[in-house]
Ligand binder design. Structure first.
Ligand code: GLN
Length: 474
């Protein structure tokens, strides 16, 4: 078997036993990338010879395993673009904490994956470097914004990858590409060295081929960090120990509001609400209908809060200190205008304008402040439901992968596809997407994903149920 087809868990064991080396794995990956990536374009940069590693003991959990990194996470002395022209030629001055943790765990850092510009999007089409394509159908999107990370894991051109999730950017591409993606609890993983999109929502997490790898990677990534004041000093359990525990008696809530949506594909509804629920009940879990009454406001709230924070975070990209600068400028104002005018793509500009508007004096109370109040209600809905159930089961995305260009000219339609994922970010709770079937469209079998959500810091429960579910499908 080609090494690029194995999981991180298997490869770490093989490297430890001396059956293969990280060089062997990288060689197989390089071959796979050469064969497939010119059509998928999951990578913005890849150089097998330039991988980064540390000398660690053989006991290290990711000993010898190469991990691909989304292009918004800093790796010291390496270019990082966030899929934007404005960061062209910018080199990271330091390692993100997650990179330090991966290196200390024996992982090999290689390859940067494509993304929507500054993580704004659900299709990977807003990248300055052009779109990534879905390995299951090259005419379709891989999802976004971590579309490159999901596509390379699905195409077996990476073993596992890091992504970031502000409103679904790990889970939705995982669902559309048929891989596993977890957005941890807000504060669970340090964001030091992640280029910020919306600071009250962003989290880093892994995209992997299976649930065991997801647990293995999160164990390495999680934990408090003095360099990120929003990270939480909550002890990190051994997530692998949750795998294989039975789910007898576990209570699963199915929110009725999530199945009322027009635009929900009947095949997705059936795969989640009927088939997955049945499979879980057969294992002794109990499903019950629950209500999250403020669900209808989530998109509206998110598309005020996230652009507001983005407009403030992106103010620093002005051509003076970072990245690309417009070459012909007469004075400072013109420098700002031309650099930002030509450096940002249209979705980034749309977000900056939306956010600046809702934060401006006279509108702040009506938009931002109001959105923050409704956000609290959304969080309270979850608090109430988690008094009754252990996890919530929903679809990850209302449809399987859509066609390239299908929603690109209609931002509102693109925003609406985030309906199931954004609430977890607004509430700060953890959520995982796991493959749960396929829908055939135009003769191609397209993956469907389901989502489990849990209480803050209850990722262990997510791994337990996701693993139990996954086991019934292999
Ligand atoms: N699709 C959502 C957006 O466009 C979420 C993106 C993300 O999680 N980074 O904002």
């Amino acid at each position: 078997m080609n090494l690029s087809q194995k999981t991180a868990f298997e490869l770490a064991e093989s490297c430890r036993a001396g059956k293969c080396s990280s060089e062997d794995i990288l060689k197989d990956l390089a071959r796979a990338i050469e064969a497939k990536d010119s059509s998928i374009k999951a990578y913005v940069r890849f150089d097998a010879k330039k991988s980064l590693r540390r000398t660690v003991s053989k006991e290290a959990p990711l000993y010898g395993v190469p991990i691909a990194i989304k292009d918004n996470i800093c790796v010291e002395n390496e270019a990082i673009t966030c899929g934007s022209k404005i960061l062209q030629n910018f080199v990271s001055p330091y390692n993100a904490t997650v990179i330090e943790r991966l290196l200390d765990a024996g992982a090999v850092i290689f390859g940067r994956t494509n993304m929507d510009e500054f993580a704004f999007g659900s299709s990977c089409e807003t990248s300055f470097y052009g779109p990534t394509r879905n390995p299951h159908d090259l005419g379709r999107v891989p999802g976004g914004s971590s579309g490159g990370s999901a596509a390379c894991v699905a195409a077996q051109t990476a073993i596992a990858a890091l992504g970031s999730d502000t409103g679904g950017s790990i889970r939705q591409p995982a669902s559309l590409c048929g891989v596993v993606g977890i957005k941890p609890t807000y504060g669970r993983v340090s964001r030091y060295g992640l280029i910020a999109f919306a600071s009250s929502l962003d989290q880093i997490g892994p995209l992997t081929r299976d649930v065991r790898d997801s647990a293995l990677l999160l164990k390495v990534l999680a934990g408090g960090d003095p360099r990120d004041s929003t990270s939480a000093n909550v002890p990190v359990p051994d997530y692998l120990s949750f795998l294989g525990k039975d789910i007898k008696g576990m209570k699963i809530g199915i929110p009725k509001e999530y199945f009322k949506k027009e635009g929900l594909s009947p095949a997705v509804e059936k795969a989640v609400r009927q088939e997955a629920a049945q499979v879980l009940e057969k294992q002794g879990a109990r499903c019950e209908e629950v209500s999250l009454p403020h669900t209808a406001f989530a998109i509206g709230v998110y598309y005020i809060v996230a652009p507001s924070e983005a407009s403030s975070n992106l103010a620093r990209f002005d051509g003076v200190r970072f990245g690309w600068r417009h070459p012909s400028t007469g004075n400072l104002l013109e420098l700002y205008e031309k650099t930002r005018g030509e450096g940002f793509g249209s979705e980034a500009k749309r977000r900056i304008i939306l956010g600046t508007y809702s934060l401006s004096s006279g509108y702040y109370d009506a938009y931002y402040l109001r959105a923050m109040k409704v956000r609290t209600r959304i969080k309270q809905d979850f608090d109430e439901v988690f008094k009754k159930v252990n996890v919530i089961l929903t679809p990850t995305s209302p449809t399987p992968a859509f066609k390239l260009g299908e929603k690109a000219t209609n931002p509102l339609e693109m925003y609406l596809s985030d309906i199931y994922t954004i609430s977890a970010n607004l509430a700060g709770i953890p959520a995982i997407s796991v493959p749960c079937g396929a829908e055939v469209r135009d003769g191609k079998s397209l993956p469907i994903g389901l989502q489990f959500m849990a209480k803050p810091f209850d990722e262990g429960k997510l791994f337990q149920i996701a693993h139990a579910f996954e086991g019934t499908r292999i």
